[in-house]
Design a protein around this ligand. Structure first.
Ligand code: NDP
Ligand SMILES: Nc1nc2c(ncn2[C@@H]2O[C@H](COP(=O)(O)O)[C@@H](O)[C@H]2O)c(=O)[nH]1
Length: 327
């Protein structure tokens, strides 16, 4: 594989500005029939999203994907979102009980608007079979399948019926897959995204490795329709999990979905737990992301998100921070 790079190795090249104010730039994106304010979705992890955050996001025009780690709550969650006139977006795994869950949804005519198949190694028959099962029983649900890291995987999941694929094996902040297995897109996630996007005929969600708001624009440039983010959304006032004080500073916990902490046992552990500095209200971060992305669109020489897709870029290996530490 040639020209391997990651987020910190790339700078996008400005084009002539066509707006009088960054506020004229439109960051909205359409996915699965709904239009959202930002091409950004908080990760479907237990320390990132819960029902309250999902409700806030849906009510305020943002995309969300609810996690799958309290499976017994999903049915009521879908019914509740629909009773409020909001879209329902849930996650599933691939084990036998998940087949029964999809059957139950179909029997009760409770069709979530979005279903994300969320497993570590998404290029598998297990995911292909689950896509087919969902599409047969819940044909109106928009299916996001992942995670994958190759063009072959994107094509196979799309051919099985996935409406979007999620790209990223091991670039996450609390991920230890790359260390424990030697595999993944960690360290070259942006190049892997480009590689996958060239093969895709449907939207791609870039998942993991976003460390700055500029990385969102870079993901769009290299083919993402949407970006899934964990660590930048961790640590907020609303984030699930305890707020703790260490040496007079406030933190909140952020743990991997394949961590020992999440699993409750030391088996196939591929994630860790960390503490993230307390950040205040989630909406402040969403607002800042929107402003930064509006600015990025203006630098791209346009007024809509699509302008970013066409900009030139340079590879500046590991040098864009000039030695500054930003995270
Ligand atoms: N994006 C990423 O890089 C990663 C994300 N995760 C997250 O962790 C959570 C748990 O993921 P996961 O363990 O897949 O979920 P599950 O524990 O639900 O496992 C799903 C199924 O896939 C099997 N499985 C898991 N990994 C592999 C593999 N490498 N090869 C073959 N079969 C496999 C499991 O069997 P068995 O356990 O018996 O092998 C199980 O039957 C998810 O939320 C996932 O997104 C985890 C790792 C990497
Ligand atoms: N390898 C692992 N990856 C994980 C685990 N839990 C979640 N994830 C992935 O990370 C992203 C978030 O990445 P971030 O860099 O924005 O923090 C998330 O969406 C998952 O795809 C895990 O335990 N192991």
């Amino acid at each position: 594989m040639e020209n391997v790079f990651d987020y910190e190795d790339i700078q996008l090249i400005p084009a002539k500005c066509v707006v009088n104010s960054r506020s004229e730039c439109d960051t909205s994106v359409t996915l699965g029939g709904y239009t959202f304010k930002l091409p950004v979705v908080p990760a479907n992890m237990q320390t990132i999203i819960d029902e309250k955050i999902a409700l806030h996001l849906a009510e305020n025009g943002y995309f969300y994907v609810m996690h799958r780690f309290e499976p017994e709550t999903r049915l009521a969650f879908i019914a509740d979102m629909h009773s409020r006139g909001l879209f329902a977006s849930i996650s599933v795994g691939v084990k036998a009980e998940e087949y029964q869950f999809i059957q139950q949804l179909a029997d009760e005519q409770l069709s979530p608007d979005y279903i994300t198949i969320d497993i570590a190694h998404g290029h598998s028959n297990a995911v292909i079979e689950m896509i087919k099962h969902i599409k047969k029983l819940l044909p109106n649900s928009f299916v996001i399948a992942g995670n994958v890291g190759t063009p072959e995987a994107v094509r196979e999941l799309e051919n099985a019926g996935a409406d979007a694929t999620k790209v990223g094996i091991g670039p996450g902040k609390v991920c230890i897959t790359k260390i424990k297995t030697g595999f993944g897109t960690g360290g070259w996630q942006l190049a892997a995204l480009r590689w996958c996007a060239k093969a895709a005929s449907k939207p791609i969600i870039a998942d993991g490795g976003i460390r700055t708001h500029g990385d969102i624009a870079k993901s769009i440039r290299f083919g993402a329709s949407m970006v899934m983010i964990g660590s930048l959304f961790a640590g907020h006032a609303e984030s699930p999990g305890e707020k703790i004080e260490i040496d007079g500073k406030l933190y909140k916990e952020y743990f991997g979905s394949a961590s020992e902490f999440q699993k409750g046992e030391k088996k196939n552990v591929e994630g860790k737990k960390m503490h993230v500095a307390y950040k205040g209200p989630l909406q402040d971060t969403l607002n800042e992301m929107e402003q930064d992305l509006q600015s990025a669109i203006s630098y791209a020489g346009g007024s809509k998100l699509e302008a970013i897709r066409n900009v030139d870029y340079v590879v500046v290996k590991n040098s864009i921070f000039n030695g500054d530490k930003v995270y």
